[in-house]
Design a protein around this ligand. Structure first.
Ligand SMILES: [Fe+2]
Length: 179
C-alpha cells in the first residue's frame, strides 16, 4: 500500500514537472515561444515592406500627372489609407505575440525588399510600381501563413488570409486598369 502511494506520488510529481516544462515553452496566448519569435521576425519584415510601400503610394498620390490624374489621385489615397490601417494591425499583432514592432524608418529601409520610389508622375509607371509591391507583400504573406499554420497561430493566419484575398483582387483590378 505504501509502495502504491509512493509510486502514485512519483507519477504525479513527474507529470506536474513535465507540464510545468511544457508551459514554459508557451507565451501568454499559449503559442510556442520559439515559433512565435520566428513569426514576429517575419511580421516585422512585412511591416517594414508595408511602411515603405505606404510612403511610396503617398508620393504617387502627390506626384501623379496626366489625363488619369483625378482617377489615380483618389485611388492612391484610398490605397495608402488601406495600407496605413494594415500597418497598425500588423504592429499590434506583433505586440499580441509578445514582441516589439519595428518603428524607425532607418530600420524599415534595411529590412524592406520594396525600395523607395521617387518622383514617379506617369500613371502606368505608378501602377506597375504598385503591382510589383503587391507581388512582394503577397509572397511574404503566403510564407508567413505557412509559419503561422505550423505554430497553430490562428490569429496571424486569419490576418494573412484576409490580406492575401483582398490584395489578390486589387492586383486583378489594377492590372485591368492598365489593360
Ligand atoms: Fe491628398
Amino acid at each position: 500500500m505504501l509502495f502504491c502511494s509512493i509510486f502514485a506520488q512519483a507519477i504525479t510529481t513527474n507529470y506536474s514537472s513535465t507540464k510545468e516544462q511544457y508551459m514554459q515553452t508557451l507565451n501568454a496566448i499559449g503559442l510556442n515561444k520559439e515559433k512565435t519569435t520566428n513569426l514576429a521576425i517575419q511580421l516585422n519584415e512585412l511591416l517594414a515592406n508595408y511602411s515603405i510601400f505606404y510612403m511610396n503610394v503617398r508620393g504617387l498620390h502627390w506626384n501623379i500627372k496626366g489625363d488619369k490624374f483625378f482617377e489615380l489621385h483618389v485611388k492612391f489615397e484610398e490605397l495608402y489609407d488601406n495600407l496605413f490601417l494594415k500597418i497598425d494591425e500588423l504592429a499590434e499583432r506583433i505586440l499580441t505575440l509578445g514582441h516589439t514592432p519595428t518603428h524607425a524608418y532607418s530600420d524599415y529601409l534595411q529590412q524592406s525588399s520594396i525600395e523607395e520610389a521617387r518622383n514617379i508622375s506617369d500613371g502606368n509607371k505608378a501602377l506597375n510600381n504598385i503591382l510589383a509591391s503587391f507581388q512582394t507583400i503577397i509572397i511574404k504573406q503566403r510564407a508567413i501563413l505557412e509559419l503561422a499554420g505550423d505554430a497553430n497561430d490562428e490569429g496571424t493566419n486569419a490576418l494573412m488570409s484576409d490580406y492575401i484575398r483582398e490584395q489578390e483582387k486589387l492586383v486583378w483590378m489594377y492590372s485591368a486598369f492598365l489593360g
